[in-house]
Design a binder for this molecule. Structure first.
Ligand code: SF4
Length: 442
């Protein structure tokens, strides 16, 4: 979501006539799109703004912060940053700067064009993002969350759930297809509750997916569409069946489990049981046996006993995720659980994290080994850390590397036969070896 916010921020700043620099020392305007999910990210903001404020002793500089900010941090940021605003007010950045006495480069040219600009970028979602990649794009379909999980601050930082009009989403997706984008990710805190806030006047998530699936079929182009993150409570059979039905909908589902214990799930206010999650997994496995499944898990949540943690270990064994993003619980100021005692000792959390990661590695290695000898269609995403190799993603988003120095493959699909596997990646050989080898010499 922050990446996507950043792409729209870039457009607004471009329109104000600024040019970009990689060197903070040269900048007249410096900003941060904050993330409040972890305290560590917010700590970094404090250290960065102190650095920037020291620069202000030597020159004129305007600083801003937006994104996910908790009320308590907002109060403190107001004293440290020149501008603090929610992302929904991004379109007013130019006006905010002018109130601050700053004339933007574009405004210097003609006031008229600046006024025109403000007209055209009134709504955040109407801002055409400056995509960071020429082949991968993120499309926000919804903002905010109504679920109020007790460990999470998002409903307080981003507000209640609002669905973006489907017409705009489809237009943005159509535009990306026209520009030959290869990977498009629909974004939202609860993508699969899309449309529920406008029930009756807006389509629901499965229909949105169907429309996008149809756009794919009509285009005759090769690309993949993903979505993140869905919530188990709103994960209907229809969503899974739609993903299965349409070629362009990527067969990878990221569905957060958070805990394998029903009592912990209740304390987390997740609004689903382990059994509901089990039904979803069964449906995914029956409908799309080839699909990969990723999840998020928190260990050491307030009050989590060893027995409850063991239920998560058992769930891990039962569901065999291809990937799990495991986090050690830390209270977020503003979230309901921050008022409860953080009573699982740090060492215990670390130990549970280590044990669960071990489980994950065991099962993901088993799954990755099953890929050996098979050929996969891979979107090449860049140069690998390993010298002379490129890396990419299978449709199931398994990280893959293969030997090639042909950088023209980046942003393209190619076929790779898997030769070896580790827990978190696989290695293979490009089927079109000749193309790779010949180009590699260029
Ligand atoms: S569903 Fe829960 S974890 Fe996800 S954004 Fe909403 S409150 Fe946070």
């Amino acid at each position: 979501m922050n990446l996507s916010d950043g792409e729209r921020t870039r457009t607004v700043i471009d329109h104000m006539g600024y040019t970009w620099t990689d060197n903070e020392e040269d900048a007249d305007l410096l900003g941060i799109i904050a993330c409040s999910v972890r305290q560590k990210s917010i700590d970094k903001v404090y250290s960065r703004i102190n650095q920037w404020n020291r620069m202000k002793n030597k020159r004129n500089l305007v600083t801003f912060i937006s994104g996910c900010i908790l009320p308590a941090d907002r109060e403190r940021f107001l004293k440290l940053f020149d501008l603090v605003f929610p992302m929904s007010e991004l379109n007013q950045l130019s006006e905010m700067l002018s109130h601050y006495g700053v004339v933007t480069p574009a405004a210097l040219k003609t006031m008229a064009s600046a006024m025109q600009l403000n007209e055209s970028i009134r709504d955040f979602w109407h801002i055409t993002p400056h995509y960071n990649s020429a082949f991968e794009a993120f499309v926000p379909i919804q903002n905010g969350c109504d679920k109020f999980c007790t460990f999470c601050a998002v409903p307080y930082t981003r507000g209640r759930e609002i669905s973006r009009p489907s017409g705009e989403i489809l237009e943005e997706v159509r535009d990306l297809i026209g520009k030959n984008y290869k990977s498009i990710t629909l974004l939202g805190q609860n993508v699969n509750s899309y449309g529920l806030d406008k029930k009756g006047s807006e389509m629901l998530f499965p229909d949105l997916l169907k429309e996008i699936g149809e756009l794919g079929l009509a285009s005759g182009k090769e690309f993949r569409v993903y979505f993140t993150s869905p919530h188990p409570r709103d994960m209907s059979d229809e969503v899974i069946e739609t993903v299965a039905r349409y070629t362009h909908l990527g067969k990878q589902i990221h569905i957060p489990l958070q805990s394998g214990d029903d009592k912990v799930l209740i304390r987390m206010n997740r609004k689903h049981s382990l059994d509901k999650f089990r039904q979803i997994m069964r449906k995914i496995r029956e409908t799309m046996p080839e699909a990969t499944v990723f999840t998020d898990i928190i260990v050491g949540f307030t009050g989590e006993t060893e027995e409850q943690f063991q239920n998560t270990v058992r769930a891990m064994e039962e569901f065999r995720f291809n990937m799990a993003y495991i986090a050690q619980y830390s209270p977020r100021p503003g979230a309901a659980s921050s008022r409860w005692e953080d009573d699982v000792p740090h060492e215990v959390k670390k130990d549970r994290f280590r044990r669960l990661t071990g489980q994950l590695q065991k099962y993901s290695l088993e799954l990755n080994r099953q890929m050996i000898g098979k050929t996969y269609r891979v979107l090449v995403t860049g140069k690998d850390r390993k010298e002379g190799y490129l890396s990419g993603l299978t449709e199931g988003k398994i990280v893959l590397r293969f030997q090639s120095t042909n950088e023209s493959l980046i942003g393209q699909f190619t076929d790779v036969t898997i030769k070896s596997a580790t827990a978190f990646s696989v290695e293979g050989e490009c089927v079109d070896g000749q193309r790779s080898a010949v180009s590699g010499r260029q």
